[in-house]
Design a protein around this ligand. Structure first.
Ligand SMILES: [Cu+2]
Length: 305
């Protein structure tokens, strides 16, 4: 912490030889980092005291100096002390950690929702209610190097296996909710700088949220062994300003260009996501096959029975 530059460098992606957990770029990642530092301080102090006492006893009261072992057993006072003190320490560590966990699971009041779907072996991102939907897979260059037999270096390919064709673009200072699922096997969506990872499980929808405060590019990977190309489905999040995000989103939208003024917007039969009410991301997952929600006929009115 004495070196601000190091602290800054830690804020985003893991660095070679980085030993401590990174601070990350979100509120929740900093909460996790604070819990980590509190625990680290506590265990360091305990370690120094315990090993110091042991070393002192071993050298000071060694047999060659004529030390004779005491023969008493059980000491109620000592037993109470060595039970109560650890309990107090555990409570002191568990209290903030639990409060942080509760904050991390609170996805209410999100300003936008992104649905993340894991596939063997890529990710799909849907900006719910926006009609923006794309896949994100390992970039061609990493793939080329991988199959060329050459050994890439950090200099020649700084982001080897950590680049994708389509980045997940997010606005900064915005509470973004994620709904995370999978289409085939269990994957896990993990970007260390965001401070959490979440399993992507077929048939389940897991939730998470983030609010990134620093614009930048943050990289992660699938964190659940999901098959032969598990190591080749990286994640790249690009956090941009709110204005840049608006522009990016507008340009990603499926070109309605023809009639921007028409309020009714009749033609877009193949866009199931536009039917979802904005903000409601937990609707049943409807990945590939369109048309299932409107199956049930409307019930007959009950008033004229
Ligand atoms: Cu995976």
């Amino acid at each position: 912490m004495a070196f601000p530059a190091m602290g800054w460098a830690q804020s985003a992606d893991p660095k070679p030889w980085q030993l401590n957990m990174g601070r990350g770029v979100t509120q929740t990642s900093r909460l996790a980092w604070e819990s980590n530092m509190l625990s680290l301080i506590v265990v360091t102090v305990i370690g120094v005291i315990v090993f110091g006492a042991m070393a002192y006893a071993i050298f000071k009261f060694r047999k060659s100096k004529g030390a004779v072992a005491a023969t008493f057993s059980h000491n109620t006072k000592a037993e109470i002390i060595w039970t109560v003190i650890p309990v107090v320490i555990l409570v002191v560590m568990a209290w903030p950690a639990t409060a942080n966990l509760i904050k991390m699971y609170d996805t209410r009041d999100a300003e936008m929702t992104v649905k993340v779907t894991g596939y063997q072996w890529m990710w799909r991102y849907e900006y719910l209610g926006e009609g923006v939907d794309f896949t994100s897979r390992l970039d061609r260059e990493s793939d080329r190097v991988r199959q060329s037999g050459k050994v890439p270096t950090r200099e020649s390919n700084p982001h080897y296996l950590l680049d994708v064709d389509n980045r997940l673009v997010l606005p900064v200072d915005t509470k973004v909710r994620f709904v995370i699922t999978s289409d085939d096997v269990i994957h896990a969506w993990w970007v260390p700088a965001l401070g959490w990872k979440q399993d992507a499980i077929p048939g389940f929808i897991n939730e998470a949220w983030t609010s990134i405060d620093t614009p930048g590019v943050y990289r992660g990977q699938c964190a659940e062994l999901c098959g032969k190309d598990h190591g080749f489905m990286p994640i790249v999040v690009e956090a941009v300003s709110k204005e840049d995000f608006k522009q990016w989103l507008a340009q990603k939208k499926p070109a309605p260009a023809a009639a921007p003024a028409a309020p009714a917007a009749p033609a877009t039969p193949n866009a199931p996501e536009t039917a979802t009410p904005p903000g409601d991301g937990t609707a049943p997952r409807q990945p590939v096959t369109p048309a299932e929600p409107a199956a049930a006929p409307a019930p007959a009115p009950t008033t004229d029975a």
